[in-house]
Design a protein around this ligand. Structure first.
Ligand code: NIG
Ligand code: FE
Length: 408
């Protein structure tokens, strides 16, 4: 017996039908005005105009002029960590740079100390509370990176926490192994550290299915191109797909490495120039842009208008982490993105749904509301998504559904 539900009187159904969006198509969310949507079990069965609806004996839910969008997809997060870096905030406001704080043993290192000292349960409870907030704001799929352990047990603990949360909560979690987030003082150099990771940790990550991707922070003063290649190639040989943090502060050749390794996505891209954009376009690599990080670090935004002009596939995500972007509210991130990157609400929505699905290789199952896709959707108490973005504080999320089931 199928569980069949039809949602009726939807003022605007943002279907995002038609696949990944680039250029002008970003502004077209394939909206059906005055719409219905039928869900059978965990899948979308039909969408259309109210005038064409023929009801059978299914359950009917009247949305009375509200809007429906696909479940939001956050393709870049550092979800599992412990500790608090609020003390860095005033330093930053007084002028200390991200790299000044990192060089003083703060930044990522401070979080590594706290994360190593935390139990599985402490990490689990903290990340679970964070996920509840993400879900409340409409996120139904999220990526989660390790990288605050930087040793065998803690990297594995972070990934096992993410795996358990994926099993326990309705939100889907895409796991990324990121041992190359920083070099901690217990290793002399990157080679020594990565050799330990390759020998002692990577085989367990693969055996326990703890990650789908590998990522690395390729940045001046962190890992250079050769060091990043060393660990990422090992990940690739073990079957992991590649994402790389590149061009966040300086361009030291990260895009070329991404092309060489056929990365799924390159992320941050705050200083990426036109030549590198062309290379990404040519290689079909998705650009994951993190506007809350630029805003929080008070740095220039990535040149998204140029990326758009060049036809890159662009996704937007929060980059949730305790330092550069303590943001677990995708709607706040979207409001910042629209204003900071000069994007319309429709463009922002395309980048947070179907294009973010592409950044996770899942555009065939999530990111749009059309028959056979997973029934991940958000009901918003607004007349349009423009209203949601034009506001700077109101919470419009009324209900969140994952695989057809209401979760918030
Ligand atoms: O994506 N850039 C590197 N990693 C994080 C920041 C991590 C931190 O500050 O703890 C980021 O911005
Ligand atoms: Fe990040």
């Amino acid at each position: 017996m199928f569980d069949r539900v039809t949602y009726i009187n939807i003022a605007k159904l943002y279907t995002l039908k038609g696949g990944v969006r680039i250029k002008e198509a970003l502004d077209d969310c394939a909206i059906i005005q005055d719409a219905y949507m039928t869900v059978i079990d965990d899948k979308i069965a039909a969408v259309g105009k109210m005038d064409d609806l023929k009801l059978t004996d299914e359950e009917v839910i009247d949305l009375d002029g509200k809007i429906v969008i696909p479940g939001l997809i956050d393709a870049h997060s550092h979800l599992v960590f412990y500790g608090d870096r609020t003390n860095e905030y005033a330093l930053k406001i007084k002028g200390a740079s991200y790299m000044d704080i990192y060089a003083l043993g703060g930044g990522i290192h401070a979080t590594v100390r706290a994360t190593r000292a935390a139990s599985f349960k402490e990490l689990y409870d903290k990340a679970r509370a964070t996920l509840e907030v993400f879900m409340h704001h409409g996120v139904t799929t999220i990526e989660a990176k390790s990288g605050y352990g930087l040793d065998k047990c803690t990297e594995l603990r972070q990934l096992r926490v993410a795996k358990k949360l994926d099993e326990d909560l309705p939100i889907d979690i895409v796991k990324t192994f990121m041992p190359g987030h920083a070099l901690y003082k217990d290793y002399k150099n990157a080679k020594e550290y990565f050799d330990m990771i390759i020998k002692d940790v990577l085989p367990i990550v693969v055996k326990e299915d703890l990650a789908e991707y590998m990522d690395c922070f390729l940045e001046k003063g962190v890992f250079d191109v050769d060091e990043s290649r060393y660990i990422l190639e090992a990940g690739k040989r073990s079957g992991l797909k590649i994402k790389i943090h590149v061009d966040e502060i300086e361009d030291i050749g990260g895009v070329d490495l991404g092309v060489e390794l056929a990365a799924t996505s390159l992320e941050h891209l705050m200083v990426t120039d036109e030549t590198n954009m062309d290379k990404m376009k040519e290689a079909g690599i998705t650009a994951v842009i993190l506007p809350a990080t630029s805003f929080n670090l008070r740095k220039p935004f990535a040149n998204v208008q140029k990326m758009k002009e060049k036809g890159l596939i662009i996704a937007l995500s929060c980059d949730y982490n305790p330092g550069s972007s303590p943001c677990n509210d995708p709607i706040l991130m979207a409001r910042i993105a629209s204003r900071g990157l000069s994007l319309t609400p429709n463009e922002v929505l395309s980048m947070m749904t179907i294009n973010s699905a592409k950044a996770l290789d899942r555009e065939g199952i999530i990111g749009s509301l059309e028959p056979h896709k997973q029934a991940d959707f958000v009901i918003m108490d607004a007349r349009s998504f423009d209203e949601v973005i034009a506001d700077l504080g109101q919470d419009h999320v009324e209900a969140v559904y994952k695989k057809g089931v209401r979760v918030c």
